[in-house]
Design a protein around this ligand. Structure first.
Ligand SMILES: Nc1nc2c(ncn2[C@@H]2O[C@H](COP(=O)(O)OP(=O)(O)OP(=O)(O)O)[C@@H](O)[C@H]2O)c(=O)[nH]1
Ligand SMILES: [Mg+2]
Length: 460
């Protein structure tokens, strides 16, 4: 990462046939670079920022390749903060590569994420915003999109900066107390300092706990359908997808290998797994399937454990799930359309899925048979069904740094309570603010930037 602004270029639309393709050239001299190939050349060189010039792109031998539109952004009013030209050509991929090949004689190919990196280095974005650009491009559901968009708009940065300011303020007070300890100044207000550090800790904790939801929003909630054979897992899987993806038969043991599909539930992404039914078996293929089911249950964010209402199982048949699996299991009473009139009424509505006896009634066949389940899933993760109203920390790197910030703040609070000396508190507060600065990219290492931007696509 040398921070220079030599011109770089890349195709910024997806490769393949489309109505148009767009190529971007950014860096010092990028207008001149494009002008080598563009006619009328002077019109391009003279045009003001944010204007579009129509003309022809010629190859190095002067043969016209395509008629194009060039959008010109002059520094610093561009995405990267540099002079920038975006060339819209016709959407034939071969044409776009020939234009790119000509540009590459004057400019270097952009590395993945390099345009956004330059935007960061030129102060157009901070690090959380830059990372969110990538999240926005890769967002799998509308909630993930709006979380990323709030980050791009800087709402998350603003919250983190306010938290950082309050930590720095508390640290300055501690340092004042250390520096002037031998002078005849009024002692610092310990209660006020306590209150400041506690408040910062509370805010950091709340950002972090919302952030755990953020990961689910960003990456999707992994939901594993599990239960005995014939309990209706594959039928429920198909009902979620609204098409017959999985084989369904009345024979127990139909599903062997697991299936994975992604759906959107009220804007949230769910990664669904249909698995082999759990039972004791001597069939090697079935046993392998069951082993995979158990693995998927362990890795899931949520297990939907089905017991069919017609299975005549008793309380003594309750599956022996380990405690950590139970904690993330919603129990379902499947095939509820088969329930007789009186069983079907009464307490059904109050069943919350917290135990096998309290299974949420679902039917893969009856209309509206999944509504209660959908609501229970969103409730389980405390996911709002309306718009996200606050920015969320959704990025694993940010969450890890927030954890460091929280542990440093807790330690600062302990040293205050123990009257261990302001040196210790100041040290911890310094560590807490460094962790936040890392999220915001105020202190970064080339290595960190390299890692973050290598996850971008070329052209961003
Ligand atoms: N009435 C009714 N029948 C259902 C429902 N869900 C599944 N079935 C029937 O139950 C049988 C088994 O369904 P599957 O979806 O294959 O069950 P499974 O749990 O995937 O079974 P395995 O793959 O063998 O573990 C099929 O005959 C389905 O038609 C339901 O909600 N209502
Ligand atoms: Mg099945």
């Amino acid at each position: 990462m040398d921070g220079t602004s030599e011109p770089i270029c890349a195709l910024i639309t997806p490769p393949g046939c489309a109505a148009i393709n767009v190529l971007r050239v950014s860096g010092t001299g990028s207008l001149g670079c494009v002008a080598q190939f563009f006619r009328p050349r002077s019109k391009l060189l003279k045009c003001p920022s944010h204007s579009v010039v129509r003309g022809a792109f010629h190859d190095r031998e002067g043969h016209p390749l395509d008629s194009v539109l060039c959008t010109v952004f002059r520094a610093p009013r561009s995405y990267t903060g540099e002079d920038c030209v975006e060339i819209s050509c016709h959407g034939n991929p071969r044409l776009a590569s020939r234009i790119l090949a000509n540009l590459l004689t004057e400019a270097r190919m952009a590395r993945p994420g390099e345009f956004t990196l330059r935007a960061l280095l030129n102060g157009k974005l901070d690090l959380t915003q830059a990372e969110a650009v990538n999240d926005l491009i890769n967002a799998t559901g509308s909630k993930a999109e709006s979380a990323a968009l709030m980050q791009v708009r800087g709402l998350l940065s603003a919250q983190l900066r306010a938290l950082l300011d309050s930590i720095v303020e508390a640290r300055l007070r501690c340092e004042l107390a250390i520096d002037f300890a031998d002078q005849d100044l009024p002692p610092i207000d310990q209660q006020d300092l306590d209150a400041r550090v506690s408040l910062a800790l509370e805010q950091a904790r709340s950002l972090h706990s919302e952030g755990s939801r953020g990961r689910l929003i960003r990456e999707g909630i992994r939901v594993c359908l599990a239960g005995p054979p014939n309990s209706g897992k594959s039928s429920l899987f198909n009902a979620f997808l609204q098409y017959n993806r999985a084989i369904v038969t009345p024979h127990p043991g139909t599903t062997r290998d697991y299936l994975e599909e992604t759906i959107s539930l009220q804007g949230y992404t769910l990664v669904l797994y249909d698995t082999a039914g759990l039972r004791s078996s001597s069939d090697a293929i079935e046993l392998e399937g069951i082993e995979r089911s158990q693995q998927l249950m362990r890795n899931a964010d949520l297990v939907l454990y089905l017991n069919a209402v017609d299975s005549h199982s008793s309380a003594s048949d309750e599956p022996a799930l380990p405690e950590d699996l139970r904690a993330k299991t919603l129990w379902l009473a499947s095939k509820c359309d088969l329930m007789s009139g009186e069983d079907a009424g009464g307490d059904r509505a109050s069943r919350d899925g917290s135990s096998p006896r309290n299974g949420i009634s679902v039917s893969a066949l009856a209309a509206g048979g999944l509504e209660a389940l959908y609501a229970a899933i969103l409730r389980r993760f405390d996911l709002p069904s309306d718009d996200l109203e606050r920015p969320l920390v959704t990025n694993a790197r940010h969450l890890a740094a927030l954890e460091r910030c929280i542990s440093a703040l807790s330690s600062a609070l302990r040293s205050l309570c123990d009257s261990a000396g302001y040196e210790f508190t100041a040290f911890d507060l310094h560590a807490a603010s460094k962790a936040l600065e890392e999220i915001l990219g105020i202190v970064t290492t080339d290595d960190l930037l390299e890692r973050i931007f290598s996850g971008f696509c070329i052209g961003k």
